[in-house]
Design a protein around this ligand. Structure first.
Ligand code: ARG
Length: 584
């Protein structure tokens, strides 16, 4: 191991170069001009990062002081530049009214790498979420439908946000708000009773249920009696008829068993599967409350909340036949979650087609006086299309997730067989790489962007892809394995002064900020992009600099950088839900 003793802990935690620079300016300012009544914090806030590192790492625009000092910026810059001398600065220059600061390259590398490795898996984290709870509603698949790529983004964005929140100390509750309520389930039972049998559905799973449903709709056009049967069965579900519930719950079980295979492959978990039907007995109190608060009005027999004042169509709470709706269940769910988890934040990871639904939901909560509606947020994302067309079974543009994942795994397996025939755990690595490619593809772009799915791109392993980052991680691991004990020497951080090493160090320094922004903006793609940037910077570094050189100090420094990169690639991949095999 490198000698950790060279970095004193108090030094390590004082990585805030920006604040250190501000302090230097403040001290020099007071020495040169006396108390100008300017706080060090204001100076830090005014510091800029020059667009080109040739102009330094930080720049202070001295015109900010002109008014208070009644002097021109050029003169101020000159006066201050002469008075600043600190070990961590290699140079301070006054240029055209700016003070440019150059951080000493070796010190910079030493502090950044030291902090990163010292904090290990906690590097980049803080405890900003300690004592706070976030509820995340994601994936939320529909019963008796096959898991297709339309539900990939909600699943993976949600999973990543779950991990990111936990990383920052939040108590996270993952909810799969199952779509398990609706008249279609009555129809499905009617179809099952007529044409289905237990063994076929048990063996065929969701596909069999879909077949029954399709047949029901086709035959119902000829035979109106069917529609009545469907309605009657739905009524039985609503009334808690034991036979109806048994079949319905079994349908659910079969769907979830299918889905769980996919969740297992993806490494996605939930803390609750309370879906729409869970709220059956929890809606009446909400309806009563809406009534009591005078929010419910009758409209052609239906009960609605009027939202015209806010430019929205009314929220339909009860149909004229007394049936509840999607939003009625979401109102009950929101209240239930607040009561049960007392969340500080409640996120709904749902495609933007439902923008209006969530605006209505939050507005109704506000009107009900639930001031915690502000803690609710719709994390919306773009739609998936296929060849420019919306996904549809009918048009053949639907891609099932298990098909996609299996193809990805097969492709990874073929590449491994060809390139690394001696790898020990080929199947496991093929799974990690195949799945990694798909998940990475899904989380690569800003979430609001629509995704036009293409098999080619989803299964691409070159360029800015998951396998590329995974490969870089494994390569860093192999460098470290080969080095063995060779990095026991004291690192010579001056050996990391070249631009390639410095680019890597700068990215390592930015890691905490990137994660913070990703969690604050609910934007996992920032982490995905970062992992590519870091992998590319490391590969450039590796290409330009030989690691296993004779000089022990240089070698140890380069190995230290390699170790930090490996740690962060693994961490970044974990946070977007991608595994990082040690060898590929
Ligand atoms: N099941 C719904 C769908 O597939 C998504 C549910 C989202 N969550 C919610 N609380 N409304 O479109």
């Amino acid at each position: 191991m490198y000698n950790r003793g060279i970095l004193k802990t108090d030094e390590v935690h004082n990585m805030d170069f920006k604040q250190a620079v501000a302090n230097e300016i403040w001290t020099a300012l007071n020495a040169a001009f006396g108390d100008a009544g300017i706080a060090a914090g204001d100076i830090a806030a005014a510091l800029e990062i020059p667009p080109d590192t040739a102009l330094g790492d930080y720049a202070f625009p001295c015109f900010r002081l002109s008014k208070a000092l009644r002097k021109n910026p050029m003169m101020i810059a000159d006066a201050l530049a002469g008075g600043i001398r600190a070990d961590f600065l290699s140079k301070v220059e006054a240029v055209k009214g700016y003070l440019n600061f150059f951080i000493d390259r070796a010190t910079y590398a030493e502090k950044v790498l030291g902090l990163c490795l010292e904090q290990g898996a906690r590097y980049g984290a803080d405890d900003s979420g300690a004592g706070k709870t976030v509820v995340l509603d994601y994936s939320s698949i529909n019963i008796a439908k096959r898991f297709h790529i339309g539900h990939l983004s909600t699943t993976m964005i949600g999973n990543s946000l779950y991990r990111l929140h936990k990383f920052f100390g939040w108590n996270a509750v993952g909810v799969n708000h199952l779509g398990d309520w609706g008249t279609q389930f009555g129809k499905m039972i009617a179809a099952y009773k007529r044409w289905g049998d237990h063994d076929t559905v048990a063996a065929g799973g969701v596909d069999e249920m879909v077949k029954l449903y399709v047949r029901f709709n086709a035959e119902a056009e000829q035979d109106p009696a069917l529609a009545d049967e469907g309605r009657a069965w739905f009524k039985k579900i609503e009334d808690g008829d034991p036979e109806a519930l048994e079949i319905f719950n079994w349908f659910k079980e079969v769907t979830l068993k299918d889905a769980e295979r996919v969740y297992d492959l993806l490494g996605v978990t939930f803390d609750s599967y309370a879906g729409e039907s869970f709220y059956n007995d929890k809606m009446q109190p909400v309806i009563d409350e809406l009534k009591a608060k005078g929010l419910l009005i009758e409209d052609k027999g239906a009960q609605i909340v009027d939202l015209q004042e806010w430019g929205m169509p009314p929220a339909l709470i009860l149909r004229s036949d007394g049936a509840t709706l999607y939003i009625t269940r979401d109102l009950a769910a929101a209240k239930y979650r607040k009561d049960t988890y007392n969340f500080d934040k409640s996120l709904y990871v749902v495609a933007y087609q439902q923008d209006l639904h969530f605006r209505q939901l939050f507005k109704v909560l506000e009107l009900m006086g639930c001031d915690w509606y502000r803690q609710c947020e719709h994390v919306s994302f773009g739609m998936v299309s296929f060849g420019g067309e919306s996904l549809s079974t009918r048009k053949g543009t639907v891609v099932y997730l298990d098909d996609l994942l299996n193809q990805a795994i097969e492709k990874a397996r073929a590449i491994i067989d060809e390139k690394s025939p001696d790898l020990a755990n080929k199947d496991e690595v093929a799974r990690q790489v195949g799945i990694g490619a798909v998940v990475f593809f899904d989380l690569y772009n800003n979430r609001i962007k629509d995704i036009d799915f293409s098999w080619e791109r989803a299964l691409n392993f070159d360029g800015e892809t998951g396998p590329y980052v995974q490969y870089t991680h494994a390569r860093a691991g192999s460098v470290l394995r080969k080095a063995g004990d060779a990095d026991a020497s004291k690192p010579d951080f001056a050996a990391l002064s070249d631009p390639y090493s410095q680019d890597v160090v700068r990215l390592i320094e930015q890691f905490p900020e990137v994660l913070k922004a990703a969690v604050n903006r609910s934007e996992p793609s920032m982490v995905t992009r970062y992992s590519v940037d870091l992998a590319q910077a490391f590969n450039k570094f590796y290409y330009e600099n030989k690691v296993m050189v004779d000089d022990p100090g240089t070698r140890a420094a380069r190995l230290m950088l390699t170790r930090a990169v490996k740690q962060l690639l693994k961490q970044a991949l974990y946070l977007i839900g991608v595994e990082a095999p040690e060898r590929m």
